[in-house]
Design a protein. Sequence first.
Length: 384
Amino acid sequence: MESGGRAVVVDTALAVLVTVVVGATIAANIGDTASPHPAAYALALVLGGAMVVRRRWPVGTLVATIAVLLAYYTSSFPPVGLAVPVAAALYSAAELGRVRWAVGASAVLLVISTAVRAREGDDLAFLLGYEFVGSAALMASVIALGDAVRSRRRWRAELRRQAQVAELEREREAARRVERERVRVARDLHDLLAHTVSVISLHADVAREALVDDDRETAQRSLVAVRAACGDVVRELRATVRALRSPDDHDPVPGLDRLDDLVASTRAAGLDVRVEVTGPRTPLPAVADAAAYRVVQESLSNVLRHADARVVHIGLRYAGDGLRLSIRDDGRGGGRSGGGPSSGGWGIVGMRERLALLGGTLRTDSPACGGFVVEAEFPRVEVS
């Protein structure tokens, strides 16, 4: 549909065109009638003026046009044809979705005109073979044109709507990707910082107590471990920032190949970590391998911060369908931090979400005999 200003211009131009065409036909004085009466031109002006309101009242415009045309002919004014005076009204009705009204009005007008002229003695063969067919063809053409314009307008409107929907969906998908990336980075930073800060905190406590006891050698070892842990976390943070700034930079993501370093740093914090590997050690997809490392890292971090444990058993069982990982400690047991915001972090929730994205599972348990168990299953299927 045209905009308001353009619609007014189009309708005004159409009104002028109809008035001029019908008026010129009257002035031509086709036939043997006397000079046309001024009322004939007034009716031509009414036919044209009806076009100004055709958009608001398409059916009313059509009915009024037919009524004016019938009144014109009953007044014995010069003949102006049948289809030409109503063509604009028929087109307007079809263009605005009133095709049935346009077809019905055309049929009624053709029947009335043919019947009246046959009753007046006009040749029936001429009426049906020329007048009727010609008028019907012209009416059908303008109705078809109006309907085609309406259909094209609807088609273009649908294309615009689909383009808007597609653009909105692209924006939503971009927002979802940003949100997924934000959550992924938050998990990685949580896993990295939680473990390293726990190690630093324990070594700092050891160094403080050693200085109180004047045990400089132990204090020095603990401070060296603190410095090493700080270096590790700075390197991983830099790698994360580089990956965020440039997606094409493929910095190595920590995986199970770094498990020995992780175990060593945890042992240096005073925890007895024992690792058992069963089955042929076959590589996992990169994303699953990184997730397995993060699960071990988060579990060890939770043990250091909350379990008051002495021994942790890490079991890796490789099978044809993937990896089964278990981390068991001999600490206090009970709920562990990371289950939700009330506990100060999202560690276990984050691990469970990681596994869900990979099609794996994660279970936690606190046996009656004490301690805490984390069990995770990683499929070997590559995730796209």
